[in-house]
Design a binder for this molecule. Structure first.
Ligand SMILES: [Cu+2]
Length: 186
């Protein structure tokens, strides 16, 4: 059975970053593969952009963060501040989503215009197996997830209150720049 999903990806933190990143994502899930296509415009240019779906392992319906989630009111919604409404980082849109290895350098890099396109076929059984190992269920439940696109240039001065270090990567890499709710379509 084939299931299709789309997400309209809207800017987050655009006032501070100075550009309104936006785009779309499409997912086609059939019996043995998950095809993913993401296209982004007006992201910070020449920058690697981590992107994932985030959600709640218990099946709660994740929602996108807005500036309301800027709990410490430093003008930015950082990665930890998204967690109350969006849950945790789940599956990366890098060169090997089924490995679910979040911190790495194999994510898309935007061009001079802040554009990038990402497209991949993921072996569904491998992804589900890994997902079950990490989150205790093999049901991806994409329609309960949200997409995040992250990443601003190292040169951008962030307030010291901005958190979101992951492994050896600092808050520049993980700062959300856009997000979108994944929706099932018929
Ligand atoms: Cu993410």
């Amino acid at each position: 059975m084939t299931k299709k999903y789309i997400a309209n990806i809207v800017p987050l933190n655009e006032d501070f970053i100075g550009t309104s990143a936006h785009g779309t994502a499409e997912f086609i899930q059939n019996n043995d593969r998950l095809h993913i296509k993401i296209e982004m415009f007006d992201t910070p240019k020449n920058t690697q952009h981590w992107e994932h779906f985030h959600g709640f392992p218990d099946g709660k319906d994740a929602q996108i963060a807005t500036m309301k989630q800027d709990l410490n009111q430093d003008g930015l919604v950082d990665l930890p501040e998204t967690e109350i409404v969006s849950g945790t980082t789940m599956v990366p849109f890098d060169n090997a989503p089924h490995e679910m290895n979040i911190p790495n350098d194999n994510y898309p890099v935007s061009d001079d215009n802040g554009y990038f396109a990402y497209e991949i076929d993921v072996p569904l059984d491998q992804l589900q197996k890994k997902f079950k190992k990490v989150f205790g269920t093999d049901d991806l439940e994409l329609d309960k997830r949200v997409i995040y696109v992250h990443g601003v240039p190292e040169e951008l001065n962030l307030p010291s209150t901005v958190a979101g270090e992951v492994g050896s990567y600092d808050a520049h890499v993980t700062l959300p720049i856009a997000t979108g709710k994944i929706q099932a379509i018929d």
